[in-house]
Design a protein around this ligand. Structure first.
Ligand SMILES: Nc1ncnc2c1ncn2[C@@H]1O[C@H](COP(=O)(O)OP(=O)(O)OP(=O)(O)O)[C@@H](O)[C@H]1O
Length: 457
């Protein structure tokens, strides 16, 4: 296994951990918690360092704070250009991104600079990639490990679109869980397990959301936890061909995780996909004639999870397509059991809109270029749909209406299918070069209808 990447950030005392702010943003402040005026909103500003940068995080943070002070602009989610006249920042900073304003903006319109207290998080992406656990005893590897924040997961959080505030809810939960631990809340009096269960149909982004959440938290909490790992458990490899070995394999895996969490500057995320395979309902197995291996695995898993409960710096992320198959004792241990359903009309529109932006960015849809900035987001589109220009086939608004119709035609498709749709539509075009945008959208609608008709009942 590889060593954690060094991050130039100093450890902080527990008092520096901030609670979620009034707009739901979760931020750990680098400075001792100031008393904020009532109307100030904490907004996270994520600063990604260039791979070559050796600058100290504190120096970069101060430079970005100074730069933001000079900007008398409103705050909305999205990138902030690195100022070209600032040599220190241009040499060291890859990107600066404002986060968490969306909820506030939806509720209260524009967020002006004097209403904001920016909380700057400086990080450097790890380029190491996934490391497999090599046990050396002939068994397949039981987990993959990533050093976070990892290059592979950069932008994943932003690419996942849910309507119901699910992402903010998960961030707030994690902030509360880590805060309760830091403040030493007695777990006998107030209980929490740091276990999240995301369940729902296939392809709705559950696994991606777990990875993205871990990445996000590794950035937001890097002052307190300078090292961070994601362990993706390979549930199937824990079932040994040797009778009764599986329970031991689970115990072995968790003893490695236990070693990682012993280092108190480490924050460890354990991702168990398809948790029903490890935590299969024991009731069903018990009704069979023999005590099966799966009962041993569930028992071992529950015991290990209970042991990990005392470690403050571990969060268990689990996913399942079939909640009914999960052992009730496991479900009961999860603090958050969030249903992740198929995307709503708004989410479908936004997912497809982001796909179109990407095709424009890469030049695949060159003719859409003029319309790029005109592709309205869903909220503003609704207001415009009744305008007379919508009827004019030449206007970008007409394209938005077409995109809206495509999103309607995609009802029932998963997020995974939606992200494939532009590719399938492009492959279906008779002339894929220099294609008319309106034609592309109608091909996408036809492709969506075909995909839907091929869904199993
Ligand atoms: N709500 C969404 N917004 C944007 N993209 C999505 C969404 N849901 C799914 N996707 C896309 O689908 C891909 C696959 O999602 P993922 O594998 O995480 O789903 P899952 O729910 O874990 O599926 P399964 O249950 O089959 O393992 C994601 O990487 C993402 O590109």
């Amino acid at each position: 296994m590889s060593a954690p990447s060094p991050m130039d950030v100093s450890m902080q005392s527990p008092k520096d951990v901030d609670v979620p702010n009034q707009n739901g943003a979760v931020a750990i402040d680098s400075a001792p918690s100031p008393i904020l005026p009532q109307d100030k909103v904490l907004v996270s500003v994520e600063v990604s360092l260039k791979p070559s940068s050796t600058a100290r995080a504190d120096d970069v943070r101060s430079a970005v704070e100074r730069m933001l002070e000079k900007r008398s602009l409103s705050y909305t989610d999205g990138p902030v250009p690195v100022p070209l006249d600032d040599q220190f920042l241009t040499e060291n900073v890859q990107s600066i991104c404002i986060c968490d304003t969306d909820e506030w903006v939806q509720n209260h319109d524009i967020l002006l600079f004097w209403q904001v207290k920016p909380v700057v998080h400086v990080f450097q992406l790890s380029e190491e990639g996934a490391c497999e656990d090599v046990s050396g005893d002939g068994q397949p590897s039981t987990f993959n490990e990533w050093i976070l924040p990892a290059k592979e997961f950069d932008g994943l959080w932003e690419s996942l679109i849910y309507e119901s505030g699910l992402k903010q809810r998960l961030l707030r939960y994690a902030a509360s869980a880590l805060l309760f631990t830091e403040k030493g809340v007695n777990p006998f009096l107030v209980s929490w397990n740091r276990i999240i269960l995301l369940h729902g149909p296939p392809g709705t982004g559950k696994t991606s959301l777990c990875k993205a959440l871990a990445q996000k938290l590794s950035i937001r909490f890097n002052s307190r936890y300078p090292q961070c790992q994601l362990i993706e458990v390979n549930a199937h490899s824990l079932f040994s061909k040797w009778f009764s070995e599986s329970g031991k394999l689970v115990a072995k895996l968790f003893s490695k995780i236990q070693e990682m969490v012993e280092e108190e500057s480490n924050l460890v995320f354990v991702l168990i996909d398809e948790v029903e395979s490890l935590a299969a309902a024991r009731k069903a197995a018990l009704s069979g004639s023999e005590p099966s291996d799966s009962i041993r695995v569930v028992n071992a898993l529950l015991t290990q999870l209970d042991k990990l409960k005392s470690a403050p710096n571990v969060i268990i992320l689990t996913t399942s397509n079939i909640t009914a198959a999960i052992d009730i004792a496991f479900v009961d241990r999860a603090d958050i059991k969030a249903y992740v359903g198929p995307p709503t009309l708004q989410a479908r529109y936004e997912i497809l809109r982001s796909c179109l932006h990407e095709l424009i960015r890469t030049g695949i849809l060159s003719h859409l270029e003029d319309c790029d900035s005109m592709l309205s987001n869903f909220a503003s589109l609704r207001e415009k749909l009744n305008m007379p220009e919508v009827q004019d086939a030449q206007t970008p608004l007409h394209l938005c209406k077409q995109l809206f119709e495509t999103a309607e035609a995609c009802e029932g498709l998963s997020g995974r299918s939606l992200r494939k749709l532009p590719f399938l539509a492009h492959a279906a075009l008779a002339n894929p070069y220099g294609c008319d945008p309106s034609k592309f959208l109608s091909t996408m609608t036809d492709t969506a209808r075909r995909e839907r008709s091929e869904l199993p009942d």
